[in-house]
Design a binder for this molecule. Structure first.
Ligand code: ADP
Ligand code: MG
Length: 221
């Protein structure tokens, strides 16, 4: 590769070239995130434009920030309604994702991220939901339960994220995801992230997404 090309490649993967709000950019620098990872570089421009994205890249490739920055960039902090919903297969993953969203949101005051996971007492979740949240991260079964009980409203939802969609399918969450999809506003952004690309991921995308951009970062080994 010529010098010119490598310079162009480096420039094109800097977070600074995205039209992110200053608080997000400043925080990324503070966190030591200077260059986008390949999956971030391929998906973030479309995510920030509000498009549906179907993204596949192996574990550890930085998929969380690829959707979290989209959620945070589009957030109206003054309106304490659930604007982003992230579904994860397990409580551990939901806690990790919520932690990463909070880290990325550090310089935006008053962003409320709430986790709603199965295996946790439901009482405190009712109280937290009454206080309000901007972003909910949870497991499909428990999120569905809160929707059934009307303790969670998705009327103001802008972006729905299915993280580790392949594992959610493996764990039998397809029906729960379908029930949740019925309650999501039709006008929404749907982001589907997966480490692998089995056939049923394509089916899920067809069911839930509109004209998605499909991006895949092949494993180098
Ligand atoms: P995945 O969801 O693809 O498994 P994660 O989102 O958990 O990957 O990210 C893996 C690790 O990489 C995390 O520790 C995260 O903080 C870090 N990371 C993500 N994006 C960047 C970046 N652009 N620069 C530096 N570190 C990053
Ligand atoms: Mg992940």
């Amino acid at each position: 590769m010529s010098d010119t090309n490598s310079a162009a490649t480096a420039a094109s993967s800097a977070f600074a070239q995205l039209a992110l709000q200053p608080a997000l950019l400043e925080n990324l620098t503070a966190l030591g995130y200077s260059e986008m990872t390949p999956i971030q570089a391929q998906s973030l421009p479309a995510v920030l434009q509000g498009k549906d994205v179907l993204a596949q890249a192996k574990t550890g490739s930085g998929k969380t920030a690829a959707f979290a920055l989209g959620l945070l960039q589009g957030l109206d902090v003054k309106s304490l309604n659930v604007q982003g919903l992230v579904l994860c297969p397990t409580r551990e993953l939901a806690d990790q994702v919520a932690g990463e969203i909070r880290r990325l949101a550090r310089l935006i005051p008053n962003v409320k991220v709430l986790t709603l996971c199965g295996g946790m007492p439901i009482g405190p979740q009712f109280s937290s939901l009454e206080q309000g949240a901007h972003i909910v991260v949870g497991t499909p079964g428990r999120v569905q339960k809160h929707l059934d009980k009307e303790s969670l409203s998705l009327a103001a939802l802008k972006t729905w994220v299915l993280d580790e969609a392949d594992r959610m399918l493996d764990m039998g969450f397809a029906d729960a995801m379908r029930e949740i999809a019925k309650v999501c506003p039709r006008q929404r952004q749907t982001l589907l992230f997966s480490a692998t690309y089995p056939e049923d991921i394509q089916r899920l995308s067809t069911e839930f997404q509109r004209n998605p951009l499909s991006v895949r970062v092949e494993s180098t080994h």
